[in-house]
Design a protein around this ligand. Structure first.
Ligand SMILES: O=C(O)C(O)C(=O)CO
Ligand SMILES: [Mg+2]
Length: 253
């Protein structure tokens, strides 16, 4: 049976995180994940997780200077000190709320120097996260939403993960981004399963409720089920109506 994790970066993101966790529980989600929880007191987030029994599957490293449009720091040559401070911050927070994964955001860059920088920062994150049983995730983003983002395809991510060779650094397979960039979703999920740490979904191309759009998630999720994938699937979508609508969950349970 497929279970789902509410991505609170998009869902109920107008509410304080502890309240959003409770709303996700009431809507029938089995887990939660977020983007940047740092403005919220970790002990209040932990209390909401304990009250609901939901686990926080993941959070992201800080993006850097938002006024300058930054979207992560870890593949930016010369910004290693800030990238590592963001990694430290995310690990400290993840320990406090017992989160499972940290998505280390690469940022806007390109080329061999950027790749080397990203790999070195990921090795740093891997070493720091290991004693706490936290996994590090890298996520390709599509070139419409994040033009010039360093990591854009699962092929590129696979190559980086092979070079890193650490069992706690994995791929965040966001079907929305990868359908846009590469397609062939079910074959890629099958082949990449050993290096996948988390899977996310949303409709393509409008990133709304997963039961609409060009990708048939009924089929994709049943293939994952056949492969024995049983972790909650991240619902990382923006509700079409503006107000969160969770009724699509009934199509897949
Ligand atoms: O946008 C996404 O798909 C993400 O998962 C994210 O973490 C923020 O960019
Ligand atoms: Mg995603």
């Amino acid at each position: 049976m497929t279970t789902f994790s509410a991505n609170l970066g998009f869902l109920w993101n107008d509410r304080p995180l502890p309240e959003a966790i409770k709303l996700a529980y009431q809507a029938g989600y089995s887990a939660v994940e977020c983007h940047w929880p740092y403005q919220f007191d970790a002990s209040e987030v932990k209390a909401a997780l304990e009250e609901t029994g939901l686990q926080m599957l993941g959070l992201n490293t800080d993006r850097g200077n938002l006024a300058n449009g930054e979207n992560g720091l870890s593949a930016l040559p010369g910004r290693e000190a800030e990238a590592r401070a963001a990694i430290d911050q995310s690990i400290d927070y993840a320990i406090k709320i017992e989160a499972l994964n940290i998505h280390v955001m690469a940022g806007f860059s390109t080329g061999e120097e950027a790749k080397k920088t990203f790999i070195n920062n990921l090795l740093y994150a891997s070493d720091k996260a290991k004693p706490h049983n936290i996994n590090i995730l890298i996520e390709p983003l599509n070139h419409y939403d994040a033009p010039n983002y360093f990591l854009q395809t699962s092929e590129q991510a696979k190559d980086i993960l092979q070079e890193i060779g650490r069992d706690n650094v994995k791929l965040m397979f966001d079907c929305y981004h990868l359908q846009i960039m590469e397609g062939d979703i079910c074959r890629r999920l099958t082949q990449l399963l050993p290096i996948i740490g988390h899977i996310q979904i949303a409709s393509v191309p409008d990133r709304s409720e997963p039961n609409t759009g060009e990708l048939n998630y009924g089929y994709v999720l049943s293939e994952l089920d056949k492969l024995g994938y049983s972790a909650p699937i991240g619902a990382e979508y923006k509700s079409k109506a503006g107000k969160v609508d969770s009724s699509w969950l009934d199509d897949y349970r």
